[in-house]
Design a binder for this molecule. Structure first.
Ligand SMILES: [Zn+2]
Length: 74
Protein backbone atom coordinates (compact mmCIF):
# COMPACT_ATOMS: atom_id res chain seq x y z
CA UNK A 1 0.00 0.00 0.00
CA UNK A 2 0.98 3.63 -0.27
CA UNK A 3 2.49 5.20 2.83
CA UNK A 4 0.06 7.47 4.69
CA UNK A 5 2.85 9.50 6.27
CA UNK A 6 5.15 10.58 3.45
CA UNK A 7 2.68 9.76 0.62
CA UNK A 8 5.64 8.82 -1.57
CA UNK A 9 6.80 5.43 -0.45
CA UNK A 10 5.31 2.00 -0.89
CA UNK A 11 5.13 -0.35 2.05
CA UNK A 12 6.65 -3.81 1.98
CA UNK A 13 6.25 -6.73 4.36
CA UNK A 14 8.99 -7.05 6.94
CA UNK A 15 9.68 -7.46 10.62
CA UNK A 16 10.13 -4.83 13.31
CA UNK A 17 10.95 -4.63 16.99
CA UNK A 18 8.24 -3.19 19.21
CA UNK A 19 8.86 -1.84 22.70
CA UNK A 20 5.93 -1.59 25.11
CA UNK A 21 6.33 0.25 28.39
CA UNK A 22 3.91 0.49 31.25
CA UNK A 23 4.77 1.55 34.80
CA UNK A 24 7.86 -0.47 35.78
CA UNK A 25 7.57 -2.96 32.94
CA UNK A 26 9.38 -2.88 29.60
CA UNK A 27 8.61 -5.55 27.04
CA UNK A 28 10.57 -5.89 23.82
CA UNK A 29 8.92 -7.90 21.05
CA UNK A 30 11.27 -9.01 18.28
CA UNK A 31 10.34 -10.16 14.79
CA UNK A 32 6.88 -8.57 14.77
CA UNK A 33 5.35 -8.77 11.27
CA UNK A 34 4.71 -5.30 9.84
CA UNK A 35 4.46 -3.28 6.65
CA UNK A 36 7.39 -0.90 6.35
CA UNK A 37 7.59 2.17 4.12
CA UNK A 38 10.54 1.98 1.72
CA UNK A 39 10.83 5.77 1.73
CA UNK A 40 10.42 7.08 5.29
CA UNK A 41 10.57 3.85 7.29
CA UNK A 42 7.15 4.23 8.90
CA UNK A 43 5.96 0.92 10.36
CA UNK A 44 2.38 -0.30 10.01
CA UNK A 45 1.14 -3.07 12.27
CA UNK A 46 -2.16 -4.80 11.63
CA UNK A 47 -4.85 -4.62 14.28
CA UNK A 48 -4.69 -8.42 14.73
CA UNK A 49 -0.96 -8.29 15.43
CA UNK A 50 -1.47 -5.29 17.69
CA UNK A 51 -4.12 -7.10 19.70
CA UNK A 52 -1.98 -10.21 20.01
CA UNK A 53 0.89 -8.05 21.28
CA UNK A 54 -1.29 -6.40 23.89
CA UNK A 55 -2.62 -9.78 25.03
CA UNK A 56 0.93 -11.15 25.40
CA UNK A 57 1.96 -7.96 27.19
CA UNK A 58 -0.86 -8.31 29.71
CA UNK A 59 0.15 -11.91 30.43
CA UNK A 60 3.77 -10.92 30.98
CA UNK A 61 2.81 -8.01 33.22
CA UNK A 62 0.61 -10.32 35.30
CA UNK A 63 3.72 -12.44 35.90
CA UNK A 64 5.42 -9.40 37.38
CA UNK A 65 8.08 -9.18 34.69
CA UNK A 66 10.20 -5.99 34.73
CA UNK A 67 12.18 -6.36 31.52
CA UNK A 68 11.55 -9.07 28.99
CA UNK A 69 12.69 -9.83 25.46
CA UNK A 70 10.04 -11.78 23.56
CA UNK A 71 9.93 -13.36 20.16
CA UNK A 72 6.67 -12.64 18.43
CA UNK A 73 5.29 -15.77 16.80
CA UNK A 74 2.27 -15.16 14.61
ZN1 LIG B 1 6.56 6.73 4.09
Amino acid sequence: MKCAICKNGETAAGHVTIVLERDETTLVFKHVPAQICDNCGEEYISSEVNMALLRRAREEMNKGVVLEMLNYAA
